[in-house]
Design a protein. Sequence first.
Length: 94
Amino acid sequence: MDRWFTSAPLWYVVGIVGQVLFGSRFFIQWAASEWAKRPVLPRAFWYLSLGGGGALFVYALHQRDPVFAAGQGAGLLVYARNLMLDRPAGQRAS
């Protein structure tokens, strides 16, 4: 029978921190939308997506899970691109 906890505790911390960061982005989005009285995606949403997704990607690599790693890796590209698109006009590269 496989054991559930086979990695060093640090890896579980990385995975849990990633899940907390990634999950908290929904609360940030909800609060920002409530405050604006319309749906919005604040920059913090994308930063939390990038941080949480990055931690989960590293965790997936450690677990040697190609499905999990591919999903998180693809998401990281989207989050980074959305942050680039959300820069103020004066900071964008032409």
